[in-house]
Design a protein around this ligand. Structure first.
Ligand code: ADP
Length: 252
């Protein structure tokens, strides 16, 4: 997004418990995520669904399928096709946002598909299709990574066989310092931002994008920082899935 006006100071040195630490504009430490909320099975009309919040960023993912591919000519003889749509609701930003799919949303739909394809066992469902819809309800930076986190959970909730879950987070360089989980204001003024998603148990990076410039050392450190955040999210993803199935057991 284009920003105008003077760049605000986003990172300050403060003394906490007698020690000097770097604190971000919202009070977080440089390696701290925003508060995360994850819920699975939030929509009654989808086969699988999930709600994910990273601070003020809130996304909902819904999955339909595997089902017979429609139109039929799109079907593949050896595997299911995965169709993904990333969309920002017109009310998700403070600015005017067209309800129609923008070029950015078309690109992010592709990014979402490419991040999920490595973990979905599509070969188990020849000629079928799996639809993944992500709606950004509220945006405050990191929507693509929250979208990936939510989509993999919605797939799991739909009972689609997966090799692993996928979790994502953005890292970047703000005021010359590497930070975890950028919010919108940090994203707008960052010297670099790098969304990363991984399938942690497969130890596979499924999304790696970069806007801006990092040195090679910074890149390695940023990747480690992303990994730390991703492992935290992964733990919460598994907890959310367990919670849902524990509830089902009690009801049954
Ligand atoms: P991400 O959401 O994955 O960080 P971007 O870097 O493209 O993706 O966007 C950063 C943030 O800028 C978004 O999370 C959102 O808060 C804001 N933003 C992006 N596109 C728009 C838009 N069309 N209108 C208003 N805000 C937007």
């Amino acid at each position: 997004m284009v920003v105008s006006g003077e760049k605000p100071t986003l990172i300050r040195k403060v003394v906490r418990d007698g020690k000097e630490v770097l604190v971000r504009h919202d009070g977080r430490l440089v390696d701290q995520m925003r508060p995360i909320r994850i819920e699975v099975g939030v929509l009654s009309n989808a086969d699988g669904s999930a709600l994910v919040e990273y601070g003020g960023t809130r996304v909902i993912a819904a999955v339909y399928g595997p089902k017979e591919a429609m139109p039929k000519y799109m079907s593949l003889p050896d595997r299911a096709i995965l169709r993904c749509r990333y969309h920002m609701a017109p009310f998700s930003t403070a600015e005017r946002k067209t309800p129609a799919l923008t070029r950015r949303e078309v690109e992010l739909s592709k990014v979402l598909r490419e991040a999920l394809e490595p973990v979905v066992l599509t070969e188990l469902f020849p000629r079928a299709m799996i639809d993944v819809f992500v709606e950004v309800i509220q945006s405050d930076g990191g929507t693509r990574t929250a979208a990936i986190t939510a989509a993999s959970l919605a797939l799991a909730d739909a009972g689609v066989p997966l090799k692993d879950l996928v979790a994502g987070v953005a890292v970047g360089k703000v005021d010359g310092v590497l930070v975890l989980d950028l919010d919108e204001i940090e994203d707008n003024y960052a010297e670099a931002d790098m969304p990363v998603a991984m399938a942690p148990s497969l130890n596979q990076v499924v999304l790696l994008q970069m806007n801006g410039v990092l040195t090679l050392e910074e890149f390695h450190a940023a990747l480690q920082l992303a990994r730390k955040g991703i492992l935290e999210i992964y733990r919460l993803q598994k907890e959310a899935l367990r919670r849902k199935y524990a509830e089902v057991k009690v009801e049954g």
